[in-house]
Design a protein around this ligand. Structure first.
Ligand SMILES: Nc1nc2c(ncn2[C@@H]2O[C@H](COP(=O)(O)OP(=O)(O)OP(=O)(O)O)[C@@H](O)[C@H]2O)c(=O)[nH]1
Ligand SMILES: [Zn+2]
Length: 354
């Protein structure tokens, strides 16, 4: 099977190498919309409404293992325009957060992303600490900071300077989507590469997309479905092909962004702090009152921004807390599984003895 025709959708050898000999008859597609009970899957030529096999559901230990927008899937056509998803190919990158509320679960925002547009408004919405938080989403993904609503800001350059001083390694782009001034984004949109666009509600994500789209190759339109109470809801997360080439994934505005990632690194926005702490005298330095602490020294000298440090420390704490809760959760799950195994075993023994 030839897969070249899939490259405009973002296909590459990372995915191709995962296809086994006996899977070559299956149709490869990319999940463009996740509905409550089914998915929309795009192939080079067609659009399918697809359901996941029972086996996929049964085998999945968490929701994160089920198909998500951006995933490459192997499907079987069962009728015209209808397919069954047999397998989700291993993801090249994942953007996820903790589900809002008390539940301890990962919520996948999008998968197989090359670039992440992190949007903030240059109006009252602008907030450096929030920007740093959003930047932690970018793992194996290139983040681009998109400052929108330039028309509402008397001095955008001043804000760009503030961002640059605090976040050292991310590209910054200024746009005014309502005025259709988004050309600064064009160099970041390349054929076959996938971009996800994230940001709080109201920062102008939809306006930016409308301005970029011009004429979408695939008109997804508004997707409506019935929720559990029979009301119509709009699913706003979808993947679309841009006429200029490039794949764009729209995500719903987020009210809160709780972290979900491993503790080892907080990524781009805090690379400077992570590099600096390598120079602390003690490996397990708490950066409080140790002698030879590179962090406290930099804070004293003023070479490390205090607000930047405080935000980092806060998120580290959040991650540590998340990790202990995850551990407790995993332990309880294990206990539950063991109890069941023991019960099953006892039942078998009892049957044998009868
Ligand atoms: N002045 C100005 N207003 C803008 C600009 N871009 C978007 N807006 C306005 O900001 C409001 C929110 O824009 P949306 O595009 O709906 O924001 P969103 O990020 O998609 O919001 P959610 O769908 O809730 O996540 C709208 O009233 C837009 O007209 C801009 O460049 N300048
Ligand atoms: Zn230290």
């Amino acid at each position: 099977m030839e897969y070249n025709h899939l490259s405009p959708l973002g296909w590459n050898t990372y995915f191709e190498n995962q296809i086994a000999e006996d899977e070559k008859e299956l149709i490869v597609g990319r999940v463009s919309i996740e509905n409550k009970t089914n998915y929309q899957v795009l192939t080079a030529r067609d659009t399918y409404i697809a359901e996941a096999t029972g086996r996929l559901f049964y085998m999945a230990e968490t929701d994160a293992e089920l198909p998500k927008v951006g995933d490459w899937v192997l499907t079987m056509e069962i009728d015209k325009g209808k397919a069954i998803i047999q397998k989700v190919l291993e993801r090249q990158s994942v953007i996820s957060r903790k589900v809002p509320g008390k539940k301890l679960e990962e919520q996948i925002i999008a998968t197989n992303i090359d670039k992440l547009f992190i949007v903030q408004g240059l109006d009252g919405n602008f907030n450096l600490a929030r920007l740093e938080r959003y930047l932690t989403l970018a793992q194996n993904v290139e983040p681009i900071i998109v400052l929108n609503k330039a028309d509402l800001c008397p001095d955008p350059d001043d804000i760009v300077q503030q961002v640059k001083e605090r976040i050292k390694n991310a590209e910054i782009v200024v746009v005014a989507a309502l005025q259709n001034q988004v050309s600064a984004l064009h160099p970041h949109i390349k054929p076959g590469s996938t971009i996800a666009i994230v940001g709080s509600s109201g920062v102008g994500k939809s306006t930016i997309i409308n301005s970029l789209i011009g004429q979408p190759l695939v008109a997804t339109g508004e997707v409506r479905e019935l929720d559990s109470k029979g009301r119509h809801t709009t699913t706003s997360r979808h993947l679309m092909l841009l006429e200029s080439g490039g794949v764009l994934i729209d995500t719903p505005g987020m009210r809160e962004l709780q972290l979900w990632r491993d503790q080892s690194s907080l990524g781009t926005s805090f690379e400077d702090i992570e590099a600096l702490s390598e120079h602390c005298k003690f490996k397990n330095c708490t950066h409080t009152d140790e002698k030879g602490c590179a962090i406290t020294q930099a804070l004293d000298e003023g070479s490390l921004d205090e607000a930047h440090w405080i935000n980092y420390a806060k998120m580290k704490k959040e991650l540590a807390y998340l990790e202990t809760r995850q551990d407790v959760n995993a332990m309880l799950e294990k206990k539950k599984k063991w109890k069941k195994i023991q019960k099953d075993y006892k039942a078998i023994q009892k049957n044998r003895n009868m």
